[in-house]
Design a protein around this ligand. Sequence first.
Ligand code: SAM
Length: 259
Amino acid sequence: MDFDVKKEVQNFYGEIAKKKTCCSCQEISRAQRNYDGDYLENIPEDAIKASLGCANPLVFAELKEGETVLDLGSGGGIDVLMSSKFVGKTGKIYGLDMTDEMLELANKNKEKMGVENVEFIKGFIENIPLEDKTVDAIISNCVINLTEDKTKALSEAYRVLKDGGRLAIADVVSLRPVSQEIKKQAQLWAGCISGAMPIEDYKLILKNIGFKDISIEPVHIYTKAIIDGLDFDKTLISKENLEEMDGAFAGAHIKAYKS
Ligand SMILES: C[S@@+](CC[C@H](N)C(=O)[O-])C[C@H]1O[C@@H](n2cnc3c(N)ncnc32)[C@H](O)[C@@H]1O
């Protein structure tokens, strides 16, 4: 890549974290698209506004009372705070993120919700600051696509999972090839498009790491209307590239187990 992926992504989400607490409607509807039912109950409004996910990992993560959970790239904390309701007082949920502004926002949201079973930690998902075999379930929402070394990030997830533990993540996948121009745009990488992998490549990486019972199911096709609502700067992208992206990507449910 001819740009520094981590730096671009960190700047992009640092700016978003600063803006999210002062804006109004669109971000609420993005969260409402991904989370139905009672999921958003008792979640602070600023966490809902900062939601940047592509689906709801909690629908298939099957979190249980007393479990230890890790959210890779926890952002403003929405999935961590929702998970805290599932694992209860005897459980623990870690949110891991590399961006200071996001961690600050997540900690404010934790304080607003008044939960004690939550800890936000700073670090890279390619080098998770937790011991081997300490986590029952790993969740994540729209983050693996942002990393340059997906094998490293998913191998780290495997390392910290207990035997029998599960990976239940939402991520963007690509459904058909797109032009190199799209793949090389820093804005589109940071905006969760360019780094997305084809489903078969994703499955192969998971299989080679050792994951079993792998399933990847696209659930939200990225239509033009959805792409228009994403956070990257549309003025930097040509009309032709925006047209080409219509239907080429999707938010997917990805599940796999450590045997
Ligand atoms: C698209 S946002 C998603 C945030 C959150 N999961 C949500 O659903 O709202 C991506 C988040 O992942 C973090 N992130 C991206 N790459 C990372 C990496 N390599 N290590 C740690 N955090 C990362 C960013 O700082 C940002 O907060």
